[in-house]
Design a protein around this ligand. Structure first.
Ligand SMILES: *Cc1c(COP(=O)(O)O)cnc(C)c1O
Length: 399
């Protein structure tokens, strides 16, 4: 027998209350309820079948043009479709001017795909702390940290300790809530640091009325199967800069020079094109994005109300400046340890409500062991406290 501490007992009590609260919102779960499932309730079958009927399944086709046009309207920016969100980030980082040997400020509290492409180009992630309000990069902590460790040499920002340039700040909009862009853009601007948005989770989210992903220099979207809109696998590069958008198209399409038959390529580039088959699925999904967001907002509101009476648990509301797409509903288990959190997660998953912790902090992953890091008191606490509960749009049972 393992002794059960008072803390563990308290966590078990909270877990039991959470199971009841989740059940009151989405109903009983005789079968496992996934965290986030795609929904194909529109013209998906028609468009995909059209690709097969016409033979246009691969890397060019009308649905690729169409999804880019739909994204441009939604994002109020140029959009280049590509194979996945990670590839989109790789191109964003390249076009933001990040070079091998540069340091890139990035939250430790983010999905690993935000960080990996920094390594692809031989740059070095430099981890920064996260805000309990937005879950994104904390602008106040970032400002104080840069005042302490950075200096301008000419117009470039350098890390005084490592003598490496700090060329970019990556901001992730987490679970659909926008990061505090104005404050972050201001801090980065003071240091001539380029801002890149990882908007993989934030399609349809806005920040003070502007689409998340249209505010920094360049941004990445993801259409993976678990995102609010899926193309199976896919992503996009988004920017208001026409020249960068053209460069993004060129770099994702093997740098081929347009010609009726010649194979001329003017630089080393990537085959990161989105296949037409995937774009077709995405066009049908995008047609229903507004409806999905409306239902997800209702689901979030129902969870918020059901969780409000539980002591020690808080619903992570969208900050005032953000109109959220409510991609994943998140809660904080206030003051929880990792063990407490896992007790709660065990109870929710045992009850068939798939729930999971926020990511393991990226600065602790082995490939980032030698990367510089700011102090991370807030991210370290959020890692223990934040969990996600089932969030598919189709779980919204209210009219
Ligand atoms: C999903 C996701 C990505 C990567 O997208 P893929 O399409 O899976 O490559 C990047 N960053 C964040 C924050 C994500 O949630």
């Amino acid at each position: 027998m393992v002794a059960i501490s008072n803390e563990t007992r308290a966590a078990a009590g909270i877990g039991a209350q959470l199971v009841t609260a989740v059940e009151s919102v989405i109903g009983p779960a005789p079968n496992f309820v996934a965290l986030h499932e795609p929904e194909f309730a529109g013209r998906e079958w028609e468009y995909v079948k059209d690709c097969i009927d016409t033979g246009w399944v691969s890397s060019v086709g009308s649905y690729v043009d169409r999804i880019e046009m739909m994204l441009e309207e939604l994002m109020q920016a140029k959009a280049v479709a590509c194979v996945n969100g990670t590839a989109a980030l790789h191109i964003c980082y390249t076009l933001a001017g990040i070079a091998a040997g540069d340091e890139v400020l990035v939250p430790s509290l983010t999905f690993v795909a935000t960080v990996n492409p920094i390594h692809y180009i031989g740059a070095i992630p430099h981890f920064v702390d996260s805000s309990p309000v937005t879950l994104g990069v904390d602008a106040g902590a970032l400002k104080a940290y840069l005042d302490e460790i950075a200096e301008l040499r000419g117009d470039r920002c350098f890390n005084r300790a490592t003598n490496r340039p700090i060329s970019a700040l990556v901001v992730t909009h987490i679970f659909g809530h926008a990061a505090d862009m104005d404050a972050l853009v201001e801090v980065a601007g003071r240091w001539n640091i380029v801002v890149v948005e990882d908007a993989a989770e934030a399609l349809g989210t806005s920040y003070k009325g502007r689409p998340a992903g249209s505010i920094g220099k360049i941004a990445a979207l993801s259409f993976n199967g678990n995102k609010i809109v899926t193309t199976g696998g896919g992503g996009a590069i988004v920017t208001t800069d026409q020249v960068l958008a053209q460069r993004a198209k060129h770099l994702t399409t093997t740098a081929k020079l347009p010609h009726r038959w010649r194979f001329d390529h003017d630089e080393v580039a990537y085959n990161y094109r989105m296949p037409n088959l995937n774009a077709a699925l995405g066009c049908a999904q995008l047609e229903r994005l507004g409806d999905a967001i409306a239902r997800k907002a209702r689901l979030a509101e129902a969870y918020r109300a059901a969780i409000a009476p539980i002591e020690g648990v808080s619903f992570v509301d969208a900050p005032d400046f953000s109109q959220s797409n409510h991609w994943l509903n998140a809660l904080t288990l206030d003051g929880a340890t990792l063990e407490d959190r896992d007790v709660v997660l065990g109870l929710l998953n045992d009850a068939n409500y798939m729930s999971r912790p926020i990511w393991t902090l990226c600065h602790r992953l082995p490939m980032n062991a030698s990367s510089p890091s700011a102090p991370l008191p807030l991210a370290t606490r959020l890692e223990c406290e934040v969990i996600n509960i089932p969030s598919s749009a189709q779980l919204s049972v209210l009219p």
